[in-house]
Design a protein around this ligand. Structure first.
Ligand SMILES: *[C@@H]1O[C@H](CO)[C@@H](O)[C@H](O)[C@H]1NC(C)=O
Ligand SMILES: *[C@@H]1O[C@H](CO)[C@@H](O)[C@H](O)[C@H]1NC(C)=O
Ligand SMILES: *[C@@H]1O[C@H](CO)[C@@H](O)[C@H](O)[C@H]1NC(C)=O
Length: 384
């Protein structure tokens, strides 16, 4: 699929049993945004994998290597999933004699630099994790508060490409100076490193983080269930106007493939993240992915919406009316009217269904679709 000129492409999203979401692409959305870091990183939302949602603290270098292998062998790497990100619990409990962070020698005996080499040789990038406090969320390793310059240099010397920076044990200090210190240290480290702020949206980072990082969490942690996923999507929606090339709202990592939702629910989860220009950071065990999981994560039509160069975040428009939502588990009939997405009703469009890959030719005024419970349909409308 080619996303054509932004003024000619409209994206329509229908979702049952949560507020209906309608995303619109239009030139009006290309509003002025706060200055970005302008280091060329994060021009589209980051794509990759992170260890936390599936493995938690149960990680080692074998898991990271196997994931890098699986990313390439599955074909996901080719689709843009480039970052292999290690989350909490990779380091030794204490700093070394020079005060440097050091890998846990029993779980990462080869060291992080060797792991970075391995990942780079596969054409992928390696991410790591620290915390803007004296210890990380697990309390099993040191954090970087007060050690920002030293730790950023350590990461750069290892060949790290991405830092997720958490907010536990924050000493009650406001996030802005703590995250700003790490941002400066990374810029000063001699290596281009993607800076992913993870302060859980507590101090509205969408308003200030574009100037210091490439993405910022807008919510608390996602859980692998429908209620959590949809409530996080709703909370993230508020900040849609702040996203754009160089800086992205982050409603947390994907749960697709972790087992807590149905295939249809995961399809909705992935679709919402894609149109919200959210990071597509896979959170399952890629080595043991099912065909269904692979099918969702590798839909190129949907990925193209996420990676579209204009970077306009879709947002919630017209909600389902009461009659539609009351139909409940049986599914709902949803009518999408051109007028409610700012399109002249007389406009004749071709409708591309991004999940079935079918094109319905020459549609005018409105489209009526039945959408199953917790399912979604996603279309690109191209005026003829
Ligand atoms: C390294 O990790 C192992 C397994 O999680 C843990 O038992 C051990 O205490 C850690 N070692 C250090 C030095 O932190
Ligand atoms: C991940 O998948 C691999 C390959 O199937 C399997 O050996 C491993 O036990 C899995 N790990 C977890 C924690 O699910
Ligand atoms: C998964 O897909 C592959 C390739 O399309 C196919 O060979 C295999 O039978 C499928 N497995 C299942 C369990 O559907």
């Amino acid at each position: 699929m080619t996303l054509m000129k932004p003024s000619y492409v409209f994206l329509l999203f229908l979702l049952t049993l949560a507020p209906g979401i309608w995303a619109v692409r239009s030139p009006a959305a290309a509003m002025a945004r706060r200055a970005a870091l302008e280091d060329g990183i994060g021009q589209t939302p980051q794509m990759g994998w992170n260890s936390w949602n599936h493995f938690g603290c149960n990680i080692n270098e074998q898991v990271i290597r196997q994931t890098a292998d699986a990313m390439v062998d599955s074909g996901l790497a080719k689709l843009g999933y480039v970052y292999i990100n290690i989350d909490d619990c990779w380091a030794a409990y204490d700093r070394d004699s020079q005060g440097n962070l050091a890998a846990n020698t029993s779980t990462f005996p080869s060291g992080i630099a060797a792991l970075a080499d391995y990942v780079h040789q596969k054409g992928l990038k390696l991410g790591i994790y620290s915390d803007a406090g004296p210890r990380t969320c697990s309390n099993l390793m040191p954090g970087s508060l007060g050690h920002e310059e030293q730790d950023a240099k350590t990461f750069a010397s290892w060949g790290i490409d991405y830092l997720k920076y958490d907010n536990c044990n924050n000493q009650g200090i406001s996030p802005q100076p703590r995250y700003d210190a790490m941002s400066k240290a990374l810029l000063n480290s001699g290596r281009g490193i993607f800076f992913s702020l993870c302060e859980w949206g507590s101090d509205d980072p969408a308003i200030w983080a574009r100037a210091i990082g490439h993405s910022w969490r807008t919510t608390g942690d996602i859980q692998d269930n429908w209620a959590s996923m949809t409530s996080i999507a709703d909370a993230n929606d508020k900040w849609a106007s702040q996203a754009g090339p160089g800086g992205w709202n982050d409603p947390d990592m994907l749960e697709v493939g972790n087992g807590g939702m149905t295939t249809e629910e995961y399809r909705s989860h992935f679709s919402i993240w894609a149109l919200a220009k959210a990071p597509l950071v896979i959170g399952c065990n890629i080595s043991s992915r099912s065909n269904e999981t692979k099918g969702i994560l590798s839909n190129q039509n949907v990925i193209a919406v996420n990676q579209d160069e204009h970077g306009v975040q879709g947002h919630k428009g017209t909600k389902c009316n009461k009659m539609e939502t009351k139909k409940g588990p049986a599914g709902a009939s949803i009518t999408a009217r051109w007028s409610s997405i700012g399109l002249d009703p007389a406009t004749v469009v071709d409708v591309h269904d991004l999940w079935t890959d079918e094109v319905i030719s020459s549609v005018q005024r409105e489209m009526k679709q039945t959408v199953d419970s917790h399912a979604c349909k996603m279309y690109v409308l191209t005026p003829k």
